[in-house]
Write a protein that binds this ligand. Sequence first.
Ligand SMILES: Nc1ncnc2c1ncn2[C@@H]1O[C@H](COP(=O)(O)OP(=O)(O)OP(=O)(O)O)[C@@H](O)[C@H]1O
Ligand SMILES: [Mg+2]
Length: 586
Amino acid sequence: NQRAIRIASFNFHEKWGILALLNPLRPDAWPLVTWFWRLDPGGLVLNGDLERKIRRLEWAVRDRDQGELGPRRDEWVTLQGLRQLRDRIVFSADTLVTLDAFIVVTSTPDALDADVALLQARWESLGIHAVPLTWEQARMLQRMWTGQMPGDSADRPRWWRWLMGPADAWWNPRVVPTERVGQVVWPGWGHVTDDPAKGIYVGHTPQNQPVFVDFFQDVNGLAANLLVVGATGNGKSFWLKTLTQGWLAQDWGVVILDVDGEYRALCDAVGGTWIDISDQQAGTVPNPFALPARTGHGPTDAMRMPTMLRTASTVLRLLGSWDAVTDAAVQQAILQAWAARGVTLEHPESWVQDADPPTMADVWAALEAAPDAAAQDARARLWTYWRGADQQILAHATGNWPVMPGSLVVWHLGNIATQGAWGTTTLPPATAARYWLVMQTTWAWLRVRKMQNRWTVVLADEGQRLLAQSVLGPALVDLATTIRKWNGVLAVATNEPHALWDTPAGQGMWNAAPIKAFLRVESQQVRATAEALHMPQRVATALQALPPQHVLLRMRDGFQDAWTQVRAIVPPEEEAWYRTRARRTS
Ligand SMILES: Nc1ncnc2c1ncn2[C@@H]1O[C@H](COP(=O)(O)OP(=O)(O)OP(=O)(O)O)[C@@H](O)[C@H]1O
Ligand SMILES: [Mg+2]
């Protein structure tokens, strides 16, 4: 029961001339390893071999665990992969596939043979049979596998036999489940997830491997929030735009909180909905008196009208001093305005979400018509926001989006100056009210989409500015813990690593985000970041040397941290939509 992996060795002098690409993650000129692989449906029976292999690796890992350097990453990864493989075979009779792999090793001429021998030995020790190919065989194989030469998979056995000659007699490809292919075979730092069809493209490794991340679930069965940290100008937004494309391509909904309007080009390019609430003189703000959509969840739907009333009174409270008596008077006025449309609290069957909801003018009129003192008092309090200088906030509150309009929505929030720690900047009342309505509307969409079993990302770029605000800061931290149970992911980017450990909001975000992404941070911050966030030495070293636009990505792999370095590669025409930089006014 042999397993075979073909290892092809190349001399970089002859054809490849890519010394510059030698694996930069290793200081000691470790070879560049590229691998090509194919999967075919297949089968596997658990045998003693696999058990022995697992036990051998367990010993190796335990042994090194005692040592100073700890267990070797590649052995850990392999061990996890084999255990999963075993568990799947034993416990879930999973569908398995056959993997053929073809590895190209590039190294300096003097080290090439030794490098190949070392890799070969490592794989042999795992029971993977590795056979060096001749230069011609390897060239041919690579051209077929990279599509430069015809030879589709139906044809494969024939060309393979032709290529390999009689040696093929013992060829028996390694068999692993798709999900673990990457971890089982990949010998270095790379992490090729599970099923690329399910994952979101996040970039290529320095070894030129595409990396896909599965945001659906982490080890606890919750969706995986994402936290992005990096100094300004190093590519956070660019990377998030790449991910946005990936999410949309996988039928996720994406809701973006855009401070500076830098997502406009992308939004237009993909036909998203742009909602500009930044302008006090124009634009449209969600109507606080609109009814949330039906979700199909009985208890939630029974609260639709009360939920609207609560939102409305929160908005009015944010606008000024408030008390229970005034609140009740305004609620009466809202109900009267709705009743004029045939919708009443007592008759849920009359709650039509897309019936033209009352506007502030209608509620004002209802207050004016009410004889009691409380209504007149409420009117006086509301005057500033209705007739006074701030009237615009309510005049534009007419937007009615009971369900998410399309798969991409960008809320253009506007560039609000922030000072101080996260959650401390008090907003002007009118802005606070607008932001509150944005969050309530987003929650309503999430509620509906959850019941439809559809996935949604809420993306908060410029997190250091959003989290500092009295309304959005707490709302985002709150969202971080809930959205993961609601078919959703919160993605937050910040250029202030300190806030992650200095503030409760930062710690909350950190804890609720299983996937972390680091871009370059300022050199004087590297050490503090590495220490405060308990980065393994190897990762800290990589962070220190991280080139701009590269992302050091931390995922959960079983109970392990899996670190990968990637850089997003996008087609030039898409790049044009991503390049819009933020324009600062604060
Ligand atoms: N993967 C990439 N490929 C090509 N260009 C990139 C890539 N990543 C970043 N860039 C370039 O770098 C510029 C700055 O990146 P970006 O705006 O994403 O930085 P940022 O980290 O969001 O900064 P800030 O904190 O100031 O918002 C982009 O406009 C783009 O031109
Ligand atoms: Mg940015």
